[in-house]
Design a protein around this ligand. Structure first.
Ligand code: ASP
Length: 472
């Protein structure tokens, strides 16, 4: 018999159906055995009556998390079951109906789960949850978080597609980029001693796509940064990355603001955006008033459904390094504000140059940032000169960018959102690990796969690598 999804059972009252899924809860009342079944669409209660001997015997035997195929009659229930807590994302019980078991087939048995998967999980040690992530993800809260993440991403894709953007994948094996964090590197087998770097962001590629004439690019992009432990960071994370040609700062901010407002209105109607259009705060004001460049401007911090977005603009382009030189504050590819371009070109009054950088902040978290770029190769060269790079280094690190900019590059700019962080806040979660299916620990470990791990001596030999010290 064809499978019916649990959510559709209400349309089959009085009929015989077949459902597939997991045993959620089993309550043995001796003669009557009640079993709740669960599939990806919901839960339903069933009852095994003693007159159906075979089904009753199997119902006696099955345990939570066993995988089963059930045949039975859909009956109306006399009393209405109260649906479970919606706030935690608990799937609602199909309250009006019940299945009278006719046949119960066990497709696979399950060991007793190492922890309770019906709670919100807060009572369980996080390392244990990560080690048995496939079980942890069965939790209604996790199912809700991951499915909501999907809906947000789908909304973004559809919106940007309608706006004329093309989603383009960019390489994962690439060259070290100067984004301010440490690179993850991958040794080359064919050229021993040389290394790829995993992208900290698709920054250079997306600019090169503007050079290539795509005009509107986006990507749900995985980024890699080998940074020290922080609670709201992961070694690999996801950006909603976009870039546009023939735009100024206002154009990029406008399309992003519109998208954020729509995501909230369509997917989180219970939430309220504090101020539309999003307030704009200069970096200077933000530091003076909030002592932070990602101000939490909520008027009521106790309200979980209040979203206070704002833009922070007018950041200084450069900041002093420990040894008295200059480095960029955000992105070396950014353009200065148009009225500050002369200072950059003349390398004058460097500390006072403001960049076109804009950050979007939500409830005190930076959820995105971007800028208008230097499309003139001379301007980009100046940035590296101010940072003290000798011309050979500029050529070896950025020669490809300078040549590309010199080949007919439109003015362009873009942004990247920290998607994990945005989803975390929208889902009222406190850690990005709750919205990433297979998250790593704060120490960058995948406890389930046990990565990082040692590799075979043969693999090291092929890569031309000799370890100074053998790991444990
Ligand atoms: N690539 C930048 C980042 O990862 C974002 C951007 O400027 O578009 O922060």
């Amino acid at each position: 018999m064809k499978r019916t999804y649990i959510k559709d059972l209400k349309d089959h009252v009085g009929q015989e159906v077949s459902i597939s899924g997991w045993v959620d809860v089993r309550r043995d009342h001796g003669k009557l055995i009640f079993i709740d079944f669960r599939d990806m669409t919901g839960k339903v209660q069933s009852v095994a009556l003693p007159n159906n001997k075979e089904a009753h015997e199997t119902a006696n035997k099955v345990r939570p998390e066993w995988v089963v195929c059930v045949t039975g009659i859909v009956n109306k229930r006399p009393e209405r079951m109260i649906s479970k807590n919606k706030e935690t994302g608990e799937i609602e019980m199909n309250g009006d109906i019940e299945i009278e078991l006719k046949k119960l087939e066990v497709l696979n048995e399950a060991e007793t789960p190492v922890f309770d998967i019906r709670s919100d999980g807060n009572d369980i040690n996080e390392e244990t949850r990560l080690k048995y992530r496939y079980l942890d993800l069965r939790r209604p809260r996790a199912q809700y978080n991951i499915r909501t993440r999907h809906k947000i991403i789908k909304y973004i894709r559809d919106f940007l597609d309608t706006e004329g953007f093309t989603e383009i994948e960019t390489p994962i094996l690439t060259k070290s980029t100067p984004e301010g964090a440490r690179d993850y590197v991958v040794p080359s087998r064919l050229e021993n001693g040389k290394f790829y770097a995993l992208p900290q962001s698709p920054q250079q590629y997306k600019q090169l796509l503007m050079v290539a004439g795509f005009e509107k690019y986006f990507q749900i992009a995985r980024c890699f940064r080998d940074e020290d432990t922080r609670s709201d960071r992961q070694p690999e994370f996801t950006q909603m990355d976009l870039e546009m040609s023939f735009v100024n700062r206002e154009d990029v901010m406008e399309v992003n603001e519109k998208l954020l407002i729509e995501i909230v209105a369509k997917l989180f109607p219970e939430k309220k955006i504090q101020t539309i259009p999003f307030p704009r705060i200069t970096y200077k004001e933000s530091m003076e008033k909030y002592n932070s460049d990602r101000p939490d401007i909520r008027i009521d911090k106790n309200n979980p459904n209040l979203l206070a977005f704002c833009w922070v603009i007018d950041f200084p382009f450069f900041e002093k390094t420990e040894d008295g030189g200059w480095t960029f504050t955000h992105n070396p590819f950014s353009a200065p504000k148009p009225e500050h371009m002369d200072k950059l070109m003349n390398k004058q009054d460097v500390g006072s140059i403001l960049t076109t950088q804009y950050d979007v902040v939500l409830n005190g978290f930076e959820i995105g940032g971007g800028s208008i770029r230097n499309h003139n190769p001379e301007a980009l060269k100046r940035v590296f000169e101010i940072m003290g790079y000798p011309s050979e280094q500029i050529e070896s690190n950025f020669g490809h960018m300078l040549r590309a900019l010199a080949s007919g590059t439109p003015p362009h700019g873009g942004i990247a959102w920290g998607l994990d962080r945005l989803v975390t806040i929208l889902n009222n979660e406190s850690s990005i690990r709750e919205v990433i299916a297979f998250a790593k620990t704060g120490e960058g470990k995948d406890l389930m796969m046990e990565a990082p791990s040692i590799i075979a001596d043969r693999q090291l030999r092929e890569l031309g690598i000799e370890l100074k010290k053998k790991p444990n």
